[in-house]
Ligand binder design. Structure first.
Ligand SMILES: C=Cc1c2[nH]c(c1C)Cc1[nH]c(c(CCC(=O)O)c1C)Cc1[nH]c(c(C)c1CCC(=O)O)Cc1[nH]c(c(C)c1C=C)C2
Length: 936
């Protein structure tokens, strides 16, 4: 049991067979670090928990479900068309073939543009997850690039998915048809791409997708069957959906007995084939499907909407044919498998009433079809579908009493009745957590989560806290993911945290409260990764001295020598009387242009990915600014220091007391992370918050308008409007400016830089020419043709995050360089840019065994000259016009690091609680603008 990471205690419900729904009371389900179910115990008394927990590792988490909450397996949607999501709920007037011509093909054609795809796919995938679909079998379109994009989107979301590039080489509109050869070539490329994309993890897989026999020539069908066999991948298509379609197929294949035999003739039927619909199958066709062990995806919503017919599911089950459920967006209008279960129930009642053929589908059968049935269709019956030990934990945490729940629970209800109510009445509001392979795939980012967590520590339970997040994950770019068979950890955003300063103390306090101390990984100040930092200029790595002692040997190098005159003159440079200026101008004025252009510009790349000639010295390097102001010199200031003012000193004492031993342990530490990366902090916050009765996290719901009027605050989301006592916006300020009434000054002036993060892993552990933290590239470095900002040597800094000895690097590109560009390079280009960088700078020409490219759009706010004055005006404006109803938090305002964000969240939450209790001074979140450090 030592590898157990999560335990769920409470009601657990899953399907053992078509007629056996297993309801476990006081169940204890444990999940290991790889997301596998280790044990499932029944009737565990609450008193036994402590002794069970004693035997577990310190970082194991117990999640106790409340009275009516339960855990059930995630839903499996065995048939859905991702591009058609934009049409969902429309086009209900036509039958299949006309519907395809009029509504569907024109929409799918738009996916020739990946930009168009980017507007639809992420939202669809996120909505499916939010509705509890942990595995989905997707149709994309005929377009290679946007199909790849769908696969990447699914992978990025953490969902399990089968993605099919659609094939159509005849009987299709001129504007939406492929040439047969391209269709085959692109399919093979797609299959290889997706196999590679998720090699090792295997959550995302390709599925060969002839749209249906009408749109595929014999040559194409045969070639597709060959590809499926060659790569051993599944196949999906449509079968016997509507009578006009069946008639057309028999015209096209007059010599083949029936529709099912057409596919069989082309070797497309096997145990890995999923056929959608099967509404009008003959006895012979069902026999053949059974023989070939093909599965049928039953899509009742679409069958009814397109008036295709009524599928006789009971008959299929009696014949021993595998059946799962599908939403068939947008033939079907609902993205929820709960809806598919309800429509399957209703359809089966119609069949029972009209045909007298057996009984309607029972609750246990509906649950089986939605979970285990789907698992059988995708051949993952030994991996997901229920909670048998050894399977992956793909699960939903259901709260029938969640805020806004469409279910009412009464005294006379019991677990069985409440479960049935959820199946027939519940919706995504009841799905409070979604797990795939043990990983939570819903919500959680540092700024909103930490503020909510601090609030939840102090506010009474009667005060409800709601977190609303548009994407499936909050806060975006803190993302730690394991890749490949060996589970190599890649960080897509921040990878380490510094323990110093007030912000560092706040983070340590949070770590302690979240019980994350056992998961810490620390790098001592004496470690090479802490000591050895490099700058690449003009064509080589230059090691920076880390202390005065190490300066002497470095002086033999021209790069360091050129800095010396600047350092020697600095104490004698007359201070300027400026309110603010760029970091570049400040450093050139006080030191020299070598330090400004070749050293500071690199440091600014490493923190802001920004342009030192644009960013504000007062906001970005405030201590340097105040050293000049108080002591007339930066170097003199470094020796004397500054002191915090106001309640910061009190806060320092309070945090110091709380953090205690951990702070002492950290005094020798340069940076730290966690065993499974920085995301562990986000996950822990989310986990804790979800256990609080008064906290609701809504993911996949976009806030479209915020209104503060007459001392009232209103939040408009895509699907609802509600009033709130106080709103804390953690949105980037320029996004807030678009949705907020009243208009506030300067919100839209802080733009953010986009960084491309390319993670590379090589099997050879000794590829690096030097050891260290990594290197930064100043703006002055010549031939920086791919806008590289720097490279981190992850395997030097945090080797223990991986079980194998490898070389692991992260190349960062873009930042301010991308802001003037019309378009950002695509992922393939970025990978080759990153490989060019490591080959040219480090001599690493090898093929990486694993890589990942993430484009972190608008991720680091750029505090340009005058930022502090703008924030001061914003602070006054919020205070005077919003009546205490609005405050702001997040990286746009007073600091971009994790430490700044956590500290500011903590302080803001304290002020909000005080405002709620006393309604005295209007809180804004920008009180920090008034806190100017003092000379000692
Ligand atoms: C992913 C790219 C990021 C770049 N800057 C930041 C991120 C997340 C934010 C950031 N990075 C650093 C700080 C200062 C805080 C601190 O540690 O004191 C901030 C706010 C420093 C830093 N820069 C790099 C690393 C590995 C660190 C330590 C903290 C961290 O893990 O981010 C490397 C690095 N970051 C960026 C580039 C271009 C780069 C180059 C090697 C941009």
């Amino acid at each position: 049991m030592s590898n157990v990471k999560q335990l769920f205690y409470g009601t657990i419900i899953h399907s053992l067979s078509l007629d056996k729904l297993h309801i476990i009371k006081n169940g204890l389900l444990s999940v290991d670090g790889d997301g596998k179910i280790v044990s499932l115990q029944e009737n565990v008394e609450a008193e036994e928990l402590d002794s069970i927990l004693e035997g577990l590792a310190e970082d194991s988490k117990l999640i106790r479900l409340s009275e009516w909450q339960f855990i059930m397996p995630g839903f499996i949607d065995t048939h859905t068309h991702a591009p058609q999501y934009a049409n969902a709920g429309t086009g209900m007037d036509l039958p299949l073939l006309e519907w395809l011509e009029k509504y569907t093909f024109p929409l799918e054609h738009s996916f020739s543009s990946t930009e168009f795809a980017a507007k639809i796919y992420p939202r669809f995938v996120s909505h499916l997850l939010r509705n509890g679909t942990t595995t989905a079998v997707y149709y994309a379109t005929i377009h290679l690039e946007s199909s790849k994009y769908l696969a990447e989107t699914v992978k990025g979301s953490g969902q399990r998915g089968f993605i099919g590039k659609v094939n159509m080489d005849r009987n299709s509109p001129e504007y939406y048809v492929e040439n047969s050869n391209d269709s085959v070539l692109h399919t093979e490329e797609f299959v290889k791409y997706v196999l590679d994309l998720d090699a090792g993890e295997n959550l995302v897989q390709p599925i060969v997708t002839p749209r249906f026999a009408i749109t595929c020539t014999e040559k194409l069908m045969t070639a597709l069957a060959d590809i499926a066999a060659k790569y051993d991948v599944p196949i999906q298509s449509h079968l016997s959906e509507n009578t006009a379609e069946i008639a057309f197929v028999s015209e096209l294949f007059p010599d083949i007995k029936d529709y099912t035999s057409v596919y069989d003739h082309h070797k497309l039927l096997n145990h890995k084939t999923i056929m959608a619909h099967g509404v009008h199958l003959t006895d012979d066709e069902r026999d053949l499907l059974k023989q070939r062990n093909v599965g049928i995806s039953h899509c009742p919503n679409s069958n009814l909407a397109l008036r295709s017919g009524v599928c006789k599911v009971r008959q299929l089950l009696q014949d021993g044919i595998k059946v799962g459920l599908g939403t068939d967006i947008s033939g079907g209008g609902s993205k929820s498998i709960l809806d598919a279960m309800r429509r399957a129930s209703a359809t089966s009642r119609v069949v029972a009433m009209t045909d007298g053929n057996g009984e309607h589908l029972k609750l246990s059968e509906l649950v089986f079809l939605a979970t285990m049935g789907g698992a059988e269709l995708v051949n993952l019956q030994d991996t997901v579908g229920n909670f048998k030990v050894g399977k992956d934990f793909d699960a939903l945490l259901i709260d029938p009493c969640a805020e806004g729940s469409p279910i009412d629970v009464f005294d006379m209800d019991d677990t069985e009745r409440v479960f049935e109510k959820f199946i027939f009445l519940g919706d995504d509001r009841n799905i409070i957590d979604v797990f795939v392979k043990g990983r939570r795939v819903s919500g959680g980012g540092i700024s909103g989560l930490s503020t909510a967590w601090y609030l939840s520590q102090s506010l009474p339970k009667s005060c409800k806290i709601t977190i609303i997040e548009a994407s499936n994950r909050l806060g975006g770019w803190i993302q730690s993911r394991r890749h490949g068979e060996q589970g190599i950890l890649f960080e897509y955003g921040p990878r380490t945290i510094r323990p110093g300063g007030l912000g560092g103390l706040a983070v340590l306090e949070l770590i302690k409260c979240l019980n994350l101390t056992p998961s810490l990984i620390t790098i001592p100040k004496t470690h090479p990764a802490a000591l050895n930092r490099y700058i690449y200029y003009p064509d080589r790595l230059n090691k920076l001295p880390h202390s005065l002692l190490s300066l002497a040997p470095s002086l033999s190098r021209a790069f360091i020598r050129k800095a010396i005159p600047g350092i020697l003159r600095e104490p004698f440079v007359k201070p300027a009387n400026t309110d603010d200026e760029s970091i570049g101008a400040f450093m050139a004025r006080r030191f020299n242009s070598h330090i400004a252009d070749n050293i500071l510009s690199a440091v600014i790349h490493g923190i802001y990915a920004g342009d030192a000639n644009q960013l504000s010295v007062r906001s970005v390097l405030p201590s340097l600014y105040y050293y000049e102001r108080y002591y007339g010199s930066v170097l003199k200031g470094l020796m004397r220091g500054l002191k915090e003012v106001g309640d910061k000193r009190e806060l320092e004492r309070e945090l110091g007391e709380c953090v205690g031993d951990l702070m002492n342990d950290m005094s020798k530490i340069s940076i730290f992370s966690f065993k499974d990366g920085i995301q562990m902090m986000v996950d822990a916050l989310e986990r804790e918050l979800k256990m609080k009765e008064n906290v609701t996290i809504k993911t996949g719901e976009k806030v479209v308008k915020l209104e503060i009027e007459n001392e009232k605050a209103k939040v408009h989301t895509e699907s609802s409007v509600f009033s709130s006592l106080h709103i804390i916006s953690t949105l980037p300020s320029d996004i807030l400016s678009h949705i907020l009434t009243p208009t506030l000054p300067h919100l839209c002036q802080t733009r953010s830089a986009t960084v491309a993060v390319v993670n590379l892993a090589y099997s050879d552990p000794s590829l690096l020419p030097v050891t260290g933290f990594g290197y930064l590239i100043p703006a002055s470095t010549p031939n920086n043709i791919y806008s590289a900002l720097g490279v981190v040597f992850d395997s030097d800094a945090l080797p223990s995050q991986d079980k194998v000895n490898i070389t692991k690097l992260t190349v960062m590109l873009g930042g301010h360089y991308y802001s003037g560009m019309n378009s950002i390079p695509n992922e393939d280009e970025l990978l080759s840019h990153a490989r060019w960088v490591v080959s040219n700078h480090l001599g690493i020409g090898e093929e990486p065994m694993l890589w990942n490219v993430s484009i972190q759009r608008a991720c680091i706010p750029q505090y340009r000259v005058g930022h502090l004055d703008r924030m001061r005006e914003l602070h006054h404006s919020i205070r005077n016009t919003c009546g205490g109803r609005l405050s702001v938090a997040g990286a746009s305002y007073l600091g971009v690091s994790v430490n700044d964000i956590v500290l500011n969240s903590r302080r803001l939450a304290g002020r909000v609680v005080e405002w709620i209790e006393r309604r005295k001074s209007n809180v804004t979140g920008l009180e920090g603008v008034e806190e100017i450090p003092a000379p000692v």
